[in-house]
Design a protein around this ligand. Structure first.
Ligand SMILES: Cc1cc2nc3c(=O)[nH]c(=O)nc-3n(C[C@H](O)[C@H](O)[C@H](O)COP(=O)(O)OP(=O)(O)OC[C@H]3O[C@@H](n4cnc5c(N)ncnc54)[C@H](O)[C@@H]3O)c2cc1C
Length: 421
């Protein structure tokens, strides 16, 4: 094949936001990067995301990373000549004293690192979101610089800027082998040919544990289903497209406006664990459907109805379902493992890969090119489960990731270093 790149400085496996952001950042530092995608670029988890960009997390480090991420998206808009970020602000709401304490702690933490955040009176919440039930709320906080974007536009922006700097992408090109000699990565093999490269990045999202399996490496990720609904615009109940997103962790809900309707999703206690190996080789996540009579849908609508009483099973709406990549502690796996030199991991974003991807690209480029980064990445280093007994068997990894998902929104965040969800 004439255009086939026989060599590269870095091969990235996976053309979702994680792989494309990494590729773009590497190319901006003069690396020759090839991205190999088994299907279509941006058609994995990235194509299914609701697109919320919330920066507030349970720890100062993770909040700081996401603050930088929004700035990177702003720069990207300038470089790609597009406007993608919709700054609506966002609210966290509390209807229990424990949740109110959580908000108090988070406001304190946010302010201490210069993040724009403050408490909001419940009357103001009601004025700002007239379509949401506010009875019983005891506190709320407002983050004015949060917002959302269309994930496909973020993918397109990474691609645009990356390609301008020489990133080469091949779609419909699954990696079938990772070439290793003397514990050093040498490149990858596909049906179209091999590419020799001293660095390979596994950014294969829900498939990343299968790609890790190509080198017999257990990777502590699992593929879990997720569903959200989008109501149709209703002239009798206008949803201001600039109204803030909300997070209601007690009901496990997040929501944002979407073209006159409302997106609402839920981190439910129960979800579907996918065996990625058993899916057909041509599996296309963008074609996934969920039945309206599915139990997950019923639970979602039930919780949504409690916060938005006008939404029930008769409300005109569409359902979106996709697969997320979870880890046992709710944090991504970024960097190297001790076994094979030159093989990097960039996966496990636990439902927050869109918002994390801008900074993760910088971190991965730092790690690949300099072997270190100025970011505090202790919590997300890829090797943190490496030799831990109990984190090596597929079945058990799946169960641990599922348990993390079940408690993801349920548990109280705070200054004790709770998860980054
Ligand atoms: C329904 C839903 C809603 C979400 N909402 C949000 C949100 O509001 N905000 C947010 O921040 N995040 C959200 N997420 C999470 C977010 O979508 C993911 O964290 C993010 O897209 C992960 O990006 P990725 O690049 O790691 O994975 P992916 O986008 O899945 O990319 C991995 C790619 O690797 C490719 N691949 C796999 N195996 C191979 C191989 N052998 N060779 C070559 N290529 C391969 C796949 O085809 C895929 O395209 C949501 C996810 C879902 C499913």
């Amino acid at each position: 094949m004439s255009n086939w790149p026989n060599t590269a400085d870095v091969v990235v496996i996976g053309g979702g936001v994680a792989g494309l952001s990494t590729a773009m950042q590497l190319a901006m530092r003069d690396c020759r990067v090839v991205v190999l995608e088994r299907q279509q670029l941006g058609n994995g988890s990235s194509g299914r995301a609701a697109g919320l960009l919330g920066q507030l997390r349970g720890t100062a480090e993770s909040t700081r990373m996401l603050m930088d991420g929004v700035n990177i998206v702003r720069e990207l808009e300038g470089q790609a000549g597009v406007e993608i970020f919709v700054q609506t602000g966002s609210l966290r709401i509390a209807d229990t004293l424990a949740r109110a304490q959580e908000i108090k702690d988070l406001v304190e933490m946010g302010k201490s690192i210069g993040f724009e955040i403050d408490h909001m009176a419940i009357d103001d919440v009601a004025r700002s979101l007239p379509y949401m039930k506010t009875d019983g709320l005891v506190d709320a906080c407002y983050c004015p610089t949060d917002g959302h974007l269309q994930p496909a536009e973020l993918v397109a922006a990474y691609l645009h800027v990356g390609r301008e700097r020489g990133v080469h992408c091949e779609s419909q090109c699954p990696v079938e082998e990772i070439l290793v000699a003397d514990n050093r990565v040498g490149g990858v093999k596909t049906q179209r040919g091999t590419i020799a490269a001293p660095v390979v990045v596994n950014a294969a999202g829900p498939w990343s544990y299968l790609v890790a399996g190509l080198t017999q490496t257990p990777l502590q990720t699992a593929a879990l289903g997720h569903v959200y609904l989008t109501t149709r615009p209703d002239p009798e109940r206008p949803i201001d497209p600039r109204s803030p997103a909300i997070r209601d962790r007690q009901l496990r809900l997040y929501a944002r406006p979407e073209t006159g309707g409302l997106i609402v999703g839920m981190y439910a206690e129960e979800t579907t664990l996918f065996d990625m190996q058993s899916l057909p080789s041509g599996f296309d996540m963008s074609a996934m459907k969920v039945r309206r009579d599915d139990l997950q849908v019923a639970r979602l609508i039930d919780a949504v109805h409690q916060r938005y009483p006008w939404i029930d099973e008769r409300t005109p709406m569409t359902m979106t379902t996709g697969i997320m990549t979870f880890t046992p502690d709710g944090k991504p796996l970024c960097g190297k493992l001790p076994d094979i030199d030159g093989l990097f991991y960039c996966s496990g974003f636990c439902g927050h890969g869109i918002v994390q991807s801008p900074t993760i690209g910088v971190i991965m480029a730092d790690l690949i090119l300099a072997g270190q980064t100025d970011y505090d990445i202790g919590a997300i280093e890829a090797d943190r489960f490496w030799d831990l007994p109990g984190f090596q068997e597929r079945d058990r990894i799946g169960r641990l990731c599922d348990q993390m998902h079940a408690s993801y929104y349920g548990k109280i965040e705070g200054q004790q270093g709770a998860q980054t969800g």
